[in-house]
Write a protein that binds this ligand. Structure first.
Ligand code: UT7
Length: 320
């Protein structure tokens, strides 16, 4: 019997407060033109005071459940991809579980920073196929604004807050679902994109530090390999891809990956212009947007990819 983990609903949430590039010009030596030209970003959403990663994850999850036609009680596994948990412990996923009124099954966090959602989808897929659960919520939720040094123009303009979620259900004898995932890490890049604190080192969260050029170079190379390799493993031609749903760190990185795949821009989902880099939330936010506006349809073949801190990167090939 073949089992597949099928996405049966998507949902997302963006905080109400929207901050444009122009809002930086008072306090930072930067410009709308520089930010757009180098990144493609025009605006980002910022969580309100008292609005947490769990709150955004709950709203995205409720919307995904509604789209799937399911109730919270139908969920027996929650995997939350985040690097901005409400607290150092317990797992924020358990807080989301409680806020959704679920007390069965299990919930845990997964930290792979910007690649978090790719890793979480692969993890949930493996658990479902093993029979450890039947219906999962896979969530990416981030309050990246809380890790920023607002005086550092090289990072402050790049990130935003938000959440996205999918309901993943194990089904038999179907061509739909996750066809495969490819996960990679290389800890040699640890210091190129990191926070300068943590519970075990400074007993603080720290703030984001990045060697942008190094990260950019590695992202383009690794993502090019990650998308080519997953297609090769599953014997799928790049011409068969309906949509590229990439992590939204920088439009120039996305363009390089699309070029490698020979995909026209019309087949690429872009949300970075209005959302900036929401780390683990960016792929499910982009996916939900394109599902809701009717671009991504049932049975479409989509390729998700992400690169970020660790370095950690990877891809998922999914028949919707
Ligand atoms: O999701 C996790 C993965 N993250 C990424 O993938 C991010 C990867 N890196 C990048 O996207 C790009 O490297 C950045 C957007 C961060 C930077 O773009 P860049 O084209 O690599 O610029 P750069 O770092 O080489 O900086 C060029 C210049 C520098 O000035 P000098 O040294 O040439 O005088 C920077 O100080 O641009 C300056 N600069 C800025 N200028 C205006 C850096 N940030 C800004 C800014 N506004 N916000």
């Amino acid at each position: 019997m073949t089992f597949r983990s099928v996405i049966i609903g998507t949902g997302s949430y963006l905080p109400e407060k929207r901050m444009t590039n122009h809002d930086f010009s008072q306090d930072l030596e930067t410009s709308h033109e520089w930010i757009v030209e180098r990144t493609g970003i025009c605006a980002r959403h910022i969580a309100a005071i008292g609005e947490y990663t769990s709150d955004m994850g709950v709203i995205a999850s409720k919307r995904a459940l509604e789209a799937a036609g399911l109730l919270p009680q139908d969920i027996d596994m929650i995997v939350l991809a985040t690097s901005t948990p409400d607290h150092t412990f317990p797992a924020t996923a358990t807080r989301i579980q409680a806020k959704l009124g679920i007390s069965d099954g299990f919930a845990f966090d997964q930290a792979a920073v910007c690649s978090g959602f790719v890793f979480a989808l692969a993890t949930a897929d493996a658990y479902l196929k093993q029979g450890m659960a039947k219906t999962a919520l896979v969530i990416g939720s981030e309050t990246m604004s809380r890790l920023l040094d607002w005086k550092d123009r090289s990072t402050a303009v790049l990130f935003g807050d938000g959440a996205g979620a999918v309901v993943l259900q194990v089904q038999e004898q179907t061509d739909r679902g996750i066809i495969g995932s490819l996960l990679r890490t290389d800890g040699k890049g640890y210091n190129d994109l990191h926070t300068d604190g943590g519970p075990s080192t400074t007993q603080t969260t720290g703030i984001i530090k990045m060697h942008g050029r190094e990260v950019f170079r590695n992202a383009v190379n690794c993502l090019g390999e990650a998308v080519e390799e997953i297609l090769k493993i599953h014997n799928i031609s790049q011409n068969d891809i309906d949509w590229l749903v990439p992590h939204q760190a920088n439009k120039r990185i996305i363009d390089a990956t699309a070029k490698k795949l020979g995909l026209p821009d019309a087949k690429v989902i872009h949300t970075g212009d209005d959302q900036a880099n929401t780390s683990a939330a960016s792929i499910p936010l982009a996916l939900d947007k394109a599902v809701r506006d009717g671009r991504i349809k049932k049975n479409d073949l989509i390729l998700c990819e992400a690169f970020g801190g660790g370095f950690a990167w990877g891809s998922n090939l999914i028949r919707m």
